[in-house]
Design a protein around this ligand. Structure first.
Ligand code: FAD
Length: 158
């Protein structure tokens, strides 16, 4: 498979707010704790953040990075409200999941820096695994709303 797609942030709101944007991706530049560059009172998570982590390098736009950066930003805001210095984001990639219609897909374990490992699952089995990933993400969000400590279970966090 040759991957030819790319994602770009919808940057109008951030641009109007005067935030510092990456010129290529349109994402908001952030420091290691996900505070926006030049405006440390504004935290950025998910696709909107041009975030990096020591093990992962630059974070691609994905559910796999939106969840941990969202959780990290929430934790950092709580830490700051208690007078503590927010910690840098710690994250490593675990797997690349792609749906190709309802009956095909690709599941490939990756190293922490998102480079692919040898083993790969394709076809219907991969589509089934991907479906479970989507369902478990929804279940996880409901669980985390009740039990914030569940955030530590997000793959790649810590
Ligand atoms: C077709 C498709 C397939 C994908 N498949 C995968 C996959 O298999 N695996 C994976 O990891 N990722 C996948 N992604 C990427 C993943 O969906 C995103 O990376 C993830 O949803 C980012 O989460 P987010 O919360 O940062 O942004 P979003 O989920 O985009 O949420 C942003 C929200 O902000 C709202 N918003 C935008 N502008 C404004 C405004 N001015 N005022 C108020 N609200 C606003 C939007 O309506 C939206 O609800 C896919 C994306 C697409 C489009």
């Amino acid at each position: 498979m040759v991957w030819t797609t790319a994602l770009r942030a919808t940057d109008g709101l951030a641009r109007d707010a005067g935030l510092d944007l990456d010129p290529v991706s349109g994402r908001i530049r952030v420091d290691a704790a996900l505070r926006s560059a030049g405006h440390p009172d504004i935290y950025v998570a998910g696709d909107a953040a041009a975030a990096r982590a020591p093990r992962a390098g630059a974070l691609r736009m994905a559910c796999a990075t939106a969840l941990p950066t969202g959780a990290h930003a929430a934790g950092a805001i709580i830490a700051e409200s208690r007078g503590a210095e927010p910690e840098p984001l710690s994250f490593g990639f675990v797997v690349q999941c792609v749906s190709l219609g309802r009956h095909d897909g690709l599941i490939q374990p990756v190293r922490a820096d998102d480079t692919p490992r040898e083993r790969v699952l394709t076809g219907r089995p991969a589509a089934r695994v991907k479906e479970q990933v989507v369902r478990s993400t929804v279940r996880f969000l409901k669980l985390a709303a009740r039990r914030p400590a569940a955030i530590r279970l997000i793959p790649g966090v810590g």
